[in-house]
Structures are given as structure tokens and as C-alpha cells.
Design a protein around this ligand. Structure first.
Ligand SMILES: [Zn+2]
Length: 233
């Protein structure tokens, strides 16, 4: 579907390989169905790709899209390939339509139904500990805390019951949605949280080692991570 709007293989590769990539063909089809001109659709598709990269750089996945953050990003955007998505109403509107499309296909929740979940108690303690004992920066703490909260939301609030396989599948599921740099951060934050829990006696020891190591793999693509996970069962 993207081929309708883009012909250069380099551009197509760039669009498809980005964090929004898997949704762009569907988005393009939706734009066509809604009667947008080719010129407008191209702008919106580029905005959607740009948005994906911004979301990924913040360590998030497309389901966590925050349009206010993207709008803020555009004010000072220095992305090497801004995809024509400088700050103008087309970019903002395209991003909004893309988010709407993700809501329609069930990837994002609509703004009305997004509730801020209360921070689990263990995550709150982890946050205090990071600040006090690790001297971590605010941005690092924010990242660690968000990944820790996602892990708890996925695996339940009793870490003593967490199984290695569940942790690994949580990691792979998220890793499959994000870029290499983000996977590395995810590895670091999950390991930090699991080590913290083990030290506090809240989960079995050694769970941090279950999170796939990143550095010694070189720079795997997410596809590689999936393959490796299949090989090692
Ligand atoms: Zn940018």
C-alpha cells in the first residue's frame, strides 16, 4: 500500500523499518479510503513515521503515543530525517489521524479511556531507592520506573510468582516494537528492577539474568531477537 505513495526503495525501507512501520500500510489504506489526496497522504504518512521515531526514542512503543510530547518535540526537532515533518498543522494533524487509526485497530486506547494507573507500591520504593542509592538522573528514573510499572502490569503485583519464561516473553514482546537503542535501555531498566526486587527478597534470585543480554549480541534486529528466543526455547 505504501508503494502507492512512495516509489524510492530507500524511503520505503526507512518507513517500514521504523517503529510505526508495521502500521503504515494500514494507515495509508485508511487515508485513501477517507479520500485524502496523495499529496496530503504523503505528508501524513511521513508525520506518522516521524512520530514513531520520537516515541521510540523516549523508550515507548506506539501504544503509548503522547501527542502533546510529539508537539513539544516538533518545536525543537533536529531529527536527521525529519520526514518533512516540521512543525506545521499538517504534521500535527497527520500525527493525530495516525493515533486515531491506531485506536481504531486496537493498538492505542482512546484518550477518553486512558486512565493513569496508580504506581504500584514496589515501583514507588524502587524509585526512591534509585534516587537515594544510585544517584540516578530524573530521566533515567522515569524510564526505569515506567518499564518496572509495565512489567508489574503484565506479570501481576506479586513478583514471588514471576516465572523466568514470563519475564522473557514480556521483554521480547516489547523489544519487538522498538528500536535497538530502546531495547538496550529496556534490558538495563528491567535488570535493575529485578535485581532490586531480589535484593529486597521480593522475587527469586537470578531473574535479572533471564532478561536477554544485549551487548554481547552485537546489534541484533528485533527479528534476530525473536529467532534467538526460538532457538534457545
Ligand atoms: Zn523530530
Amino acid at each position: 500500500m505504501l508503494e502507492t505513495y512512495f516509489s524510492a526503495s530507500k524511503m520505503l525501507g526507512y518507513l517500514r523499518s521504523g517503529p510505526s512501520g508495521r502500521y503504515l500500510d494500514g494507515f495509508a489504506a485508511a487515508l485513501e479510503q477517507q479520500g485524502y489526496s496523495a499529496g496530503t497522504a504523503v505528508r501524513y504518512l511521513r508525520a506518522a513515521a516521524h512520530l514513531g521515531h520520537v516515541v521510540a526514542r523516549q523508550g515507548a512503543v506506539p501504544s503509548d503515543i503522547d501527542l502533546a510530547v510529539f508537539s513539544e518535540h516538533l518545536r525543537t526537532c533536529r531529527c536527521p530525517r525529519a520526514m518533512g515533518g516540521r512543525r506545521n498543522h499538517h504534521t500535527i494533524f497527520g500525527a493525530r489521524l495516525f493515533r486515531q487509526h491506531l485506536v481504531e485497530i486496537g493498538v492505542c486506547r482512546s484518550a477518553a479511556t486512558v486512565l493513569q494507573p496508580a504506581e504500584p507500591c514496589l515501583v514507588a520504593h524502587f524509585k526512591v531507592w534509585l534516587r537515594k542509592h544510585r544517584g540516578a538522573s530524573d530521566s533515567t528514573i522515569k524510564l526505569y520506573v515506567r518499564d518496572a510499572a509495565h512489567l508489574m502490569a503484565a506479570l501481576g503485583d506479586d513478583p514471588e510468582r514471576w516465572e523466568p519464561a514470563a519475564i522473557r516473553s514480556f521483554f521480547l514482546d516489547r523489544a519487538n516494537h522498538c528500536g535497538n537503542g530502546t531495547v538496550e535501555k529496556l534490558t538495563t531498566s528491567l535488570r535493575a528492577f529485578l535485581r532490586y526486587l531480589a535484593v529486597k527478597g521480593c522475587c527469586r534470585a537470578g531473574l535479572a539474568d533471564v532478561v536477554p543480554g544485549y551487548a554481547h549480541w552485537g546489534l541484533p534486529t528485533c527479528r534476530d531477537i525473536w529467532r534467538r528466543s526460538r532457538w534457545t526455547g
